[in-house]
Design a protein around this ligand. Structure first.
Ligand code: CS2
Length: 489
């Protein structure tokens, strides 16, 4: 089988799309840290659409942890296939915007030199929540995080995203080169201001004068990013080959829907993202909050309850009408009332989300979404819960999501089988769960004492405590599916 590459890609293929520009004329303008599946299904696709008219905005991607993306894409000259799937079929498109992938561990100075060069005007990132080395409850840099400790001791050979951004900014400052704009594309709360706080703090810890320079000169626009991207399987690889006739070591599976809302704050310049479907706005925060609380809050709730009920995929959980009703109610009764978005049809947004979650072709594993819950719960469920508690409003559905997470991180499913809990705090949580046994109160008290997740207010709140414990009792007694059915009754 022929491998996808610059040499083998057909000029005018049938049945799939290829770049509509001459890749040899494209030069890098963006460095992207964390070149995983999400970036390749989202921002890289928007950039691919604008390179024909804006060829100086190509992307160089960097992997911070593993070299696997580089290994897959290098023999393909950076080319890869995006397969857009729904019940009506699959559409394939080869994306050419990623010019090169660097492995930050072995090509660190090449990466930092590129980031320091004047041609790079944007450094964007999708390093997942935990890549920011922060305390999720407060959004502040964690100075005791092992990567931050390492990077402060070795500022010229950083391994964290904040360390790398600051190392490159320091080089630019020393060379009198205007700073790049830092654009987070992760699901953090207020991702622009949060990234700014973390990067400025790291720079201050390195050198107060550098911190002041970063605070004064570097822009951190916020973004709301949305596209569902399940991880790729071998069956997906075979399916893509059957569509294109070319072997692709790492194609990307996604849904037809895509959304990108960007705060217009790019003093170093930006490509005309609005010409390729992005919304460029003055204030992105309302959009972020809507998406995190409605989409991601429902997603995590479906993931924990769905996994416990034996559903492998989100679309399987959506096959149970009680689950559909649960997240419909969660959004309508508990999330939407906390949002202030005049002129936006939030009920329409909810219905579109329910439809997206039903997409049977996506095969999005509940286990995938369940990952890193400690980093996700604050912005997906706990912020909404706080707002509602302050207003004396019920939190029944949201609290079930939290209880299901607590039940899930015990690491044993309803059949007594082990759950592979992936989370930076997994070891601590296993120890807490082992100490608590099947006592819901002890489990709640142990897990809610993780102040970097719950803060100090929530564990002490009697309504929160009582509601979560009640749900936990039910999860222990009758299991997830029955608990959901009873609640929506
Ligand atoms: C998901 C998100 O894995 C997860 O936690 O909730 O990745 C979700 O699919 C995206 O945010 C959709 O835009």
């Amino acid at each position: 089988m022929t491998r996808l590459s610059a040499k083998t890609i057909p000029g005018s293929p049938t049945g799939f799309a290829v770049p509509d520009y001459d890749r040899s004329t494209v030069t890098p303008g963006i460095v992207h840290l964390g070149i995983g599946a999400f970036h390749r299904a989202h921002m890289a696709v928007y950039v691919d659409s604008l390179l024909a008219t804006n060829p100086n905005w190509g992307i160089v991607g960097a992997s911070l942890r593993r070299p696997d993306t580089k290994e897959a894409l290098e023999p393909q000259d950076g080319l890869y296939t995006v397969a857009v799937r729904d019940a009506s079929g699959t559409k394939a498109r080869v994306i050419g915007s990623v010019l090169k992938v660097l492995d930050a561990n072995t090509q660190r100075s090449e990466l930092l030199d590129l980031m320091a060069s004047p041609a790079i005007r944007i450094v964007s990132l999708t390093v997942t929540e935990k890549g920011y080395c922060y305390a999720p409850a407060t959004g502040e840099l964690d100075p005791n995080h092992p990567d931050i400790v390492h990077d402060l001791a070795n500022p010229d050979s950083p391994r964290s995203a904040p360390g790398m951004i600051v190392a490159a900014l320091a080089q630019r400052r020393a060379a009198d080169v205007r700073p790049f704009t830092v654009m987070s594309c992760d699901n953090l709360p207020s991702n622009g201001p949060t990234t700014r706080r973390i990067v400025v703090r790291f720079a201050e810890l390195r050198d107060p004068a550098l911190g002041a320079w970063v605070a004064e000169h570097v822009a951190f626009p916020g973004t709301m990013i949305d596209r569902i991207v399940p991880s790729t399987t071998d069956a997906d690889r075979a399916m893509v080959t059957s569509l294109t006739g070319l072997e692709d070591a790492w194609p990307i599976m996604t849904e037809p829907f895509t959304q990108w809302v960007i705060e217009d704050h790019f003093p170093a310049g930006r490509p005309p993202f609005e010409t390729v479907g992005a919304q460029v706005v003055k204030d992105v925060e309302p959009f972020e909050r809507m998406k995190l609380r409605m989409l991601n809050g429902s997603h995590s709730t479906l993931a924990y309850l769905g996994y416990l009920a034996g559903h492998q995929y989100v679309s399987d959980a959506m096959g149970d009408p009680a689950f559909v009703k649960l997240i419909h109610n969660l959004m309508t009764e508990e999330a939407i009332p906390t949002l202030d978005m005049p002129g936006v049809d939030l009920a329409g947004y909810r219905d579109q989300l329910l439809e997206r979650f039903r997409n049977p072709a996506l095969q999005h594993r509940t286990w995938q979404i369940a990952m890193d819950g400690t980093q996700k719960l604050p912005q997906r469920l706990l912020g909404t819960i706080r707002d509602r508690l302050k207003a004396d409003q019920p939190i029944t559905h949201l609290a079930l999501g939290v209880a299901a997470w607590m039940r899930y991180v015990m690491g044993i499913d309803e059949n007594g089988d082990t759950i592979d809990v992936k989370d930076p705090l997994a070891m601590r949580m296993m120890a807490i769960a082992a100490g608590a046994g099947d006592d819901p109160e002890a489990l709640f008290d142990g897990l809610s004492a993780l102040t970097e997740v719950f803060g100090t207010d929530l564990p002490e709140n009697e309504v929160f405590r009582g509601t979560v414990i009640e749900h936990l009792e039910s999860l222990f007694e009758i299991g997830s599916a029955e608990t959901v059915a009873e609640l929506v009754g």
